[in-house]
Design a protein around this ligand. Sequence first.
Ligand SMILES: C[S@@+](CC[C@H](N)C(=O)[O-])C[C@H]1O[C@@H](n2cnc3c(N)ncnc32)[C@H](O)[C@@H]1O
Length: 290
Amino acid sequence: MRKTSVYLPDALKRRLSALAERRHRSQADLIRSAVEQLVEGDASSPAPESPVPGRLVGVGVGPGSADLLTVRALQALRRATVVLAPSTDLSAIGRAEATVREAAPDVVVERMTFAMTPDPDARRAALDAAAERTVELLEAGEEAAFITLGDPNLYSTFSSVVDGVRERRPGTPVLTVPGVMAFQDLAARAGLVLADDQQTFVVLPANEEAVCEAGGRVAELLADPACTLVLYKGGRRIEAIGERLQEAGRVDGATFGELLGMPGERVAPVSSVADRPASYLSAVIVPAVP
Ligand SMILES: C[S@@+](CC[C@H](N)C(=O)[O-])C[C@H]1O[C@@H](n2cnc3c(N)ncnc32)[C@H](O)[C@@H]1O
């Protein structure tokens, strides 16, 4: 036996003392068991994978809450030799970066700017620059992880980055790490079942006016009571969405979630928020009628 001394904060020391009394064991005995569990747990966990030079990995970091970032995502972030984060400006912390910063403050990111503007030329130029920088890193033998909100395979900049990289560097190996999607977080927070039995489930981007106007795609899908409809990107169109819900008699249960897991988060019935535009980071779930 060898002796090890540890300093414990007062509050922890008090709780340890109370636990020892309850369990009729010495504090030293409890500390020894805890250290044994820690060391054994570490020895039985799989050895971390090595980075693959030249591989691009899309890592979904979930919608915003740090505790929805998966263990696999954390492993991918720590394995990568460079972590890329989309942002609107080199001096602005994007939402995905903020989530990673909270969940894994040790992970350092390199920002890539993406133009959030309707101007297609500006968007193309930003995407080209991002693809070129990514290729440069991959050619230098890095494993590059690109972080994205939610899942990298659903409406994510990651797929455009992959296209740009593969145009310039065909055959680039690409891996994705799934992330929790915003509608999953919203369903859980609101206690909604997304679909059951023979019900269908549709995710629709609602950023275009035509989609949300009377007779548009939203109205068409709402006409089917067995369809659960999730609307993404529709913050600016929430008033029109509210009108379509009224017309279809689907207001009950229709739930709005904004900035989930982030400062300013709101979860509310659509009927209570549809009087003014909401943030781009908002999603709506219209549950199928049981
Ligand atoms: C570019 S898409 C990204 C989707 C993401 N890849 C996913 O898997 O959920 C952006 C849309 O996702 C939804 N979204 C993403 N994060 C969100 C959040 N934290 N709160 C509410 N909606 C969110 C919004 O509808 C937003 O307009």
